[in-house]
Design a protein around this ligand. Structure first.
Ligand code: ADP
Ligand code: MG
Length: 703
């Protein structure tokens, strides 16, 4: 078995049938460089070759089908240099053309009229007619198909690879060559205990059956086995990272709750905390008192009171003679946090400071000095907080708001500011579906605020077609007369920023025409404006100088305008579900009834309809996140792309939720018993983890 690893790491060039040209194409087109890469280039689907299609039933470009049909005529078309051969075939239901652009001469004599063939390929629509380019053809078997070729694997390929003879068949052939190679072998990487507990197929068997299944049942077992393996090792590594972190990173011990928190709680907190807020504060306090460094994700819908929780945790830090900071993704948001927190802490003797890109040099200097001397400081800001020259004397807690906008590197940079890593609380208002959280943030602890403060009126959400725009305008006028403020949001429609701006500007002009001054006042805000302009426009809206704010999604994150009670989203069909929900969260912050109006032009596509109906049905961020994940797949969710964690080869985080849970539970059981994976029986797992680490550096650097 010693020779095994080098074997799978052999360059694919040396496989029989590859050579330098194809190797280069495999590398650039499919990132297949080694035997191992080829082995894990799994079929993306399978075709049951025991099933025959009827020609009349063809209706889809994207599926492989198999026909049994007779040749009626054969034609050569075009000049000898660009010749194609068209073979018309028929079955009892209809006719279709088979077309070859290559190998024409060699094929020309193959098809006699009246002869029957089994035809296998992917139909395409050309000039309104179905045809099948370059199908695979075989004479009908007298005998039934041998069992091993009933399920045909289909591999992804590209035009370039096809031009080098590597279509799905060509690739399948290479895989077969590899599997039959005399030195080929695959070592098991799961323990007998796991294999027995879940009755999993052995690894070597699974690789054989995922490429060339001997039966549908064996294919399924092979897939389950490989999916489990994939998810299991992700979980094992995440949970182990967590254990390592806890062992390695001693945490500041926040042992007491002192005057700051008590004063605030008793004298200045004007409302009762929700049960969920209390629970979360308990969880965080336990972490911060444990002597281990906290690394916790706090999820809660917009307006659920996360910031309040964060504030109280920062006060605990201060009570223990530490500093705390809070980092927001935008300047507007940092300003707002600063405003709110300063106001709430006005009666307490706490130094609260704001540091952003627009902080003046003199003030910046003063803040930096303050951080080096004054212990009980709360610093709020943007990325500016993690600039090199900002040094904390004694940073105990870092709160990161709306984390998905921050990269991993930025989070790491913050940590290095102290000898002892501060506690970290990451807050997000974009709920992450559980399965995704388990994978993406599997090494973080997680808290959820799952209720809104009492007395909030649920936002009324309506869907209106563009032809009824005037009704919406009338409604808005009525609401504005009653003292409400209104957001009107436009989507990014074109790839080009200029065109988007044009779209927004036109929208703004329509709004101004419909809502003329001096009775009405509208403002506009978009991503290309300078920060100062944006802030000024936002301020006008906050101070009720304008009643209507026309904007792009720049308002999506965070700013709180209590009197804004109507959100109109134009072309709502163009927004993602989570984004719609985030936008809706901008209203419903005051005491009056709030509305969210989703405008769309005519007919809706299926996905758009699902998004709109989901918005109409529920206000629950978690339910919305789950639906969003189903609609879009994990790759499109914010923050998942960069992590690389979700480059799963066989498993599917949505469909394989059950396997994922098994994988996590088993990984957790194993590590509970053997945190360092030092027991002899777990050696095989430890070894495989090292192997993955070697191959995928920077993998899973989520914290
Ligand atoms: P989030 O950060 O989760 O969006 P915030 O902490 O900003 O939510 O809270 C939203 C609003 O609700 C704020 O005005 C805040 O003062 C208020 N709030 C927070 N917790 C409560 C509570 N338990 N009861 C009443 N109001 C609350
Ligand atoms: Mg918030």
């Amino acid at each position: 078995m010693v020779a095994l690893k080098p074997f799978l790491e052999t360059s694919v060039e040396y496989l029989k049938g590859v050579g330098p040209v194809r190797a280069e194409a495999l590398r650039t087109e499919l990132q297949i460089e080694t035997f191992g890469d080829l082995l894990t280039h799994f079929p993306f689907r399978y075709v049951d070759r025991s099933k025959m299609y009827r020609i009349a039933d063809i209706h889809d470009e994207n599926t492989f089908i198999q026909l049994r049909a007779r040749v009626i005529k054969t034609k050569l078309i075009g000049s000898p240099r660009s010749q194609r051969m068209v073979v018309s075939v028929e079955d009892e239901s209809g006719q279709i053309d088979l077309v070859w652009f290559q190998g024409v001469k060699w094929m020309a004599d193959k098809f006699a009229n009246g002869q029957e063939w089994i035809i296998f390929g992917k139909p395409q629509l050309f000039n309104g007619q179905w045809n099948i380019p370059h199908p695979e053809v075989e004479p009908p078997e007298k005998e039934p198909l041998p069992i091993s070729s009933i399920i045909q694997p289909i591999y992804s390929s590209t035009e370039k690879l096809k031009s080098k003879g590597l279509d799905y068949k060509g690739i399948g052939k290479l895989v077969k060559t590899l599997l039959l190679h005399e030195k080929f072998g695959i070592a098991e990487n799961l323990t007998p205990g796991i294999l027995e507990r879940l009755r999993l197929m052995g690894r070597a068997d699974a690789f054989l059956n995922i490429h060339f299944p001997r039966s549908p049942e064996l294919l399924e077992k092979a897939q389950v086995r490989l999916k489990f393996e994939e998810l299991f090792f992700i979980q094992l590594r995440l949970l182990k990272q967590r254990i390592n972190r806890l062992q390695k990173n001693e945490g500041h011990v926040f042992a007491t709750v002192g005057a700051y928190l008590n004063d605030f709680y008793h004298k200045y907190l004007t409302f009762e905390l929700t049960v969920a807020q209390k629970k979360v504060i308990r969880e965080i306090r336990a972490d911060m008192g444990s002597g281990k460094q906290m690394n916790r994700l706090l999820q809660g819908d917009v307006g659920s009171g996360k910031t309040m929780v964060a504030l109280m945790c920062m006060l605990i830090a201060l009570d223990n003679k530490y500093q705390a900071c809070m980092m927001a993704p935008t300047e507007i948001l940092a300003n707002q946090h600063f405003g709110n927190i300063s106001r709430m802490l006005a009666g307490l003797d706490v130094e609260v400071r704001l540091l952003t890109g627009s902080t003046k040099q003199a003030e910046r200097k003063e803040i930096i000095q303050l951080l080096e001397t004054e212990q009980q400081t709360i610093l709020i800001g943007t990325h500016a907080l993690i600039e090199e020259n900002v040094q904390f004397r004694n940073l105990g807690l870092v709160v990161i708001d709306e984390q998905h906008r921050f990269g991993v590197a930025q989070r790491a940079a913050l940590w290095e500011k102290n000898q002892k890593t501060p506690h970290v609380l990451v807050m997000t208002a974009t709920p992450i579906p559980r399965t995704l959280a388990m994978t993406l943030y599997g090494d973080l602890d997680s808290s959820v605020i799952d209720e809104l403060p009492p007395g909030r009126k649920p936002i009324i959400t309506k869907h209106v077609y563009d032809r009824d725009h005037y009704k919406v305008y009338n409604f808005l006028k009525q609401k504005i007369h009653q003292g409400s403020q209104v957001y009107i949001v436009y989507p990014l429609i074109e790839e080009s920023e200029t065109l988007d701006l044009k779209n927004l500007t036109e929208g703004y002009q329509t709004v101004v025409k419909e809502f003329p001054p001096p009775g009405f006042k509208a403002g506009m805000i978009h991503g290309r404006m300078k920060q100062q302009q944006k802030d000024a426009e936002m301020k006008r809206f906050l101070e009720k100088e304008t009643q209507i704010l026309v904007s792009t999604t720049v308002i999506e994150v965070g700013v709180d305008v209590p009197e804004a009670s109507v959100m109109v989203i134009e072309n709502a069909d163009r927004f993602g579900l989570s984004q719609l929900h985030q936008l809706r969260g901008r209203v419903g912050r005051g005491s009056s009834q709030s509305y969210c109006i989703l405008m769309t032009p005519g007919e809706l596509g299926n996905d758009a309809r699902t998004r709109i109906t989901t918005m109409l049905r529920t206000n629950d961020g978690f339910e919305i996140a789950e639906t969003d994940l189903r609609l879009r797949g994990p790759g499109d969710l914010q923050g998942t792309q960069q992590s690389g964690i979700l480059n799963l080869r066989v498993a599917d985080i949505i469909k394989d939720e059950k396997i994922l849970k098994f994988a996590r539970n088993i990984a957790s059981d194993i590590l509970n018993e053997d945190p360092g994976l030092r027991l002899e029986k777990n050696a095989i797992l430890a070894k495989h983890i090292v192997h993955i680490d070697e191959r995928q550096q920077n993998w899973g650097l989520i914290s």
